[in-house]
Design a binder for this molecule. Structure first.
Ligand code: NAD
Ligand code: MG
Length: 393
């Protein structure tokens, strides 16, 4: 009956979640929110429930979910509050849900995203960790169930936009010779190795162009974010490590490019505002207004490009190695990085310890093949134990 696209937003209180709701609010005729989820931010989730009146709200934290339940009842709202990780999978697979915005941060976002893929939902994929951890299983699920998969990460969304016929599946079939994945270089693009020893979480989180959650901000500072994105591009576009070239482009105006065999290079440009890729994915194959200011090329005036520095940013090299090694190695890399970033944010380790910790974990936990979800979960758990041991050593 309804003409609306019915949405679950996983991680609605985060940076991507809030931007998603901003775009949705501009188009009440097109989208209806069925479920919103957060880890523990019940106050913001309450405000979002008042505004969007979802059928379900999920919190991971028991006490926070009880507070939300009481506030909703007092306000006379009928949103049902669920609690726990299993509820994330439930609201991602409901028959009345058409599309799932996967915007939880970290490996915790993988199980509900995978569940959405198994049930054939349209998936708006911000949680790149799903592909890093379980790319093979996730892409198989998408193919078998016939899910539409739209990348939200600005680079992959840009590549999707400039591929022939949208998603070509196999990059060779479309006459593509290379994917040029742009990187801002982050806040430490010009910081010397000597200075990198003493940088703080505050400096790492102060991104020059993008406003994002703290974990991905640190990943941008170490360039692990770009490394994870290389692995993400591998799965999304069936590209090998050699097919993907990282290009440092400090203005963040070109969001990525595709080079074709005839010498053409197609790029997607725009202001660095995640509402553009979100709106594109929500409305694809149509286009909708996103609240983003038009690009002022005269104000930008110039676009710069350079090669990445693997010496100052060893995380990028580690990610390329992990992609080439395959099996559970990318999952180990991701888990070790998550522990390292949390420890850096808590001032337990230094910035340059992040790649050291990851290398130590990769040297300690053995690679296995990925045949089942359990293989991935076991690798993730083993890497977290090894990472904590390294910190406590
Ligand atoms: P964020 O930290 O701002 O928000 C994360 C959201 O996930 C919050 O709603 C939080 O409550 C929820 N959450 C956190 N831990 C959880 C857990 N263990 N279980 C359930 N929910 C949990 O993060 P973000 O910057 O919005 O990033 C979200 C995802 O999008 C990440 O995978 C990131 O790599 C990707 N991404 C973000 C951006 C960006 O501009 N922020 C750009 C590209 C890709
Ligand atoms: Mg990105």
């Amino acid at each position: 009956m309804s003409q609306h696209i019915r949405l679950t937003v996983l991680g609605s209180t985060g940076s991507i979640g809030k931007s998603t709701l901003d775009v949705v609010a501009r188009h009440p005729d097109r989208y209806r929110i069925i479920a919103l989820t957060a880890q523990q931010q019940d106050e913001l989730l309450f405000e979002q429930c008042q505004r969007f009146q979802p059928s379900y709200a999920v919190l991971l934290d028991e006490a926070a979910s009880e507070r939300l339940r009481q506030r909703l009842a007092a306000a006379g709202l009928e949103t049902e509050v669920l609690c726990g990780a299993a509820a994330l999978e439930r609201v991602s697979t409901l028959p009345e849900v058409d599309a799932v915005m996967a915007a939880i941060v970290g490996a915790a976002g993988m199980p509900p995203t995978l569940a959405a893929a198994h049930t054939g939902k349209k998936i708006l994929l911000a949680n790149k960790e799903t592909l890093v951890l379980a790319g093979h299983l996730f892409m198989d699920a998408v193919r078998h169930s016939g899910s539409a998969l739209l990348p939200i990460d600005s680079e992959h969304n840009a590549i999707f936009q400039v591929l022939p016929g949208g998603y070509a599946g196999d990059m060779k079939a479309g006459g593509i010779s290379k994917i040029l994945l742009t990187a801002s270089g982050g806040p430490f693009r010009n910081t010397s190795l000597e200075q990198l020893k003493d940088v703080t979480p505050e400096q790492a989180c102060a991104h020059p162009n993008w406003s994002m959650g703290r974990k991905i901000s640190v990943d941008s500072a170490s360039m692990m974010n770009k490394g994870l994105e290389v692995i993400e591009a591998h799965w999304l576009f069936n590209a090998s490590a050699d097919d993907i070239q990282v290009v440092v482009h400090p203005q963040s105006v070109i969001h990525s490019m595709v080079q074709y065999v005839d010498g053409s290079v197609l790029a997607q440009l725009g202001n660095p505002d995640m509402r553009t890729p979100i709106a594109y994915a929500l409305a694809w194959p149509e286009r909708i207004e996103a609240g983003v200011a038009p690009l002022d090329l005269f104000a930008i005036a110039r676009l710069d490009f350079s090669a990445p520095d693997f010496t100052r940013f060893p995380c990028l090299a580690l990610a390329y190695q992990a992609l080439r090694a395959g099996g559970t190695i990318p999952a180990l890399l991701n888990a070790a990085n998550e522990v390292a970033v949390a420890a850096f944010l808590d001032r337990e380790i230094a910035f340059l310890d992040i790649p050291r910790l990851i290398e130590a974990v990769l040297g300690k936990v053995a690679r296995t093949d990925v045949n089942t979800l359990q293989d991935v979960l076991d690798a993730d758990a083993a890497a977290r134990v090894a990472a904590q041991e390294w910190i406590a050593r």
